[in-house]
Design a protein around this ligand. Structure first.
Ligand code: ADP
Ligand code: MG
Length: 247
């Protein structure tokens, strides 16, 4: 069952065509790894899904509702409803530096105001436990390691009970010894059947955890398939060239 359907997505910055007729589907419980060289449009594609970028053509459908259909965006209220189903984790964490870990988790749910403080606090302690950071609840981001910061960012995204999580190179800003703890949290989420789209250079993670891989180059999806197929038997020279440098 497709939870996200993207068709003929187009995006330009002035003359520069960054996404050229991108189409793909994500099923419920899929873990999709998006790979490709720098500048190929991976971030722009991901950000479009959650309406951090406006596209110039094509459609994005999430759980049978259109965020944008044939280049025409839905009404603001509908857009808000659709994007609330998704959470996003960024390369550079984007935590609020002046708030503690716990406050970072609780601020967005509190602003929505349809839950009591007690319910929100109970959830934040459960989620902090899940990402292994119960003992850091009152710390400020500046006093955390990169791996801890990224686990807070994941916890914060989980606080909104998303149906889909989007990750944009979640381990690229981390020292190599800290990537494992973040990948482990993501792996745990995959095992709990969270639907995830992960832009990543971590080929090991993609092979082990993803059930679908999408290779992008120059604003296009060159090929996609099960990681076992795509990584072992790529059909296109551009995929082969990229994989030979990355695996
Ligand atoms: P990737 O995430 O695969 O590295 P991006 O989606 O960040 O690729 O970028 C794709 C292309 O769009 C690049 O050529 C980049 O320079 C360009 N680009 C991204 N954001 C902007 C922007 N705000 N203005 C102009 N060009 C941009
Ligand atoms: Mg990027």
């Amino acid at each position: 069952m497709a939870i996200i359907k993207v068709s003929n997505l187009k995006k330009s910055y002035g003359e520069l065509e960054v996404l050229k007729k991108i189409s793909f589907e994500v099923n419920k419980n899929d873990v999709v790894a998006v790979i490709g060289p720098s500048g190929s449009g991976k971030s722009t594609m991901l950000r479009s899904l959650i309406h951090l970028e406006e596209i110039n053509g094509g459609s994005i459908n999430v759980s049978d509702e259109y965020l944008v259909k044939d280049g025409i965006y839905s009404k603001p209220q509908e857009i808000k409803h659709i994007t609330s189903k998704m959470g996003m984790v960024f390369q550079h964490f984007n935590l609020f530096p002046h708030l503690t870990v716990k406050e970072n988790l609780e601020i967005a749910p509190k602003m929505v105001k349809n839950e009591t403080k007690e319910i929100i606090q109970k959830r934040s302690s459960e989620i902090l436990q899940k990402v292994g950071l119960s003992d850091r609840a009152t710390a400020y981001p500046a006093n955390l390691s990169g791996g801890q910061k990224q686990r807070v960012a994941i916890a914060r995204a989980l606080m909104m009970n998303p149906e889909i999580l989007l990750f944009d190179e979640p381990t690229s800003a981390l020292d190599p010894e800290l990537t494992g703890e973040v990948l482990q949290v993501m792996k745990d989420l995959a095992e709990e059947h969270m639907t995830m789209i992960v832009v990543t250079h971590e080929m090991g993670f993609a092979k082990e955890v993803a059930n679908k891989a999408i290779f992008m180059d120059d604003g296009e999806i060159i090929e996609s398939g099960h990681p076992d197929e795509l990584f072992i038997n790529p059909q296109f020279d551009r995929t082969k060239a990229f994989l030979s440098k990355s695996l």
